[in-house]
Design a protein around this ligand. Sequence first.
Ligand SMILES: [Mg+2]
Length: 108
Amino acid sequence: MELNTTARTNQFMLDVIDEIVRARTKHKGNAHQLAALSEEHGELAQAMLQRDYEPDKKDDGDVYLEAVQTAAMAIRVATEGDSTFGYNPTNGAAIYAAKMKMREGAKE
Ligand SMILES: [Mg+2]
């Protein structure tokens, strides 16, 4: 099996961006985003299991689709937050950047 993870990752990221655009059009606002992420993660696990144990129900495309939807929802949680919770995406990104800078400094 040929492993071209860079090309696959690039295509996956493009597919995730398309899914984010689609999801933001269909589900405006940031209500219940964490619940939606959990739902997508559950669907990914179910698709992965059914692909192996009930192959008449799910195939590799179903697993890929659920992975795209899970990644899209993780990005929406990180960048938009969830109105049910106090997480602030702007603060999250800034604090993350500062921590990564400290981590890089610790390596030097
Ligand atoms: Mg799904």
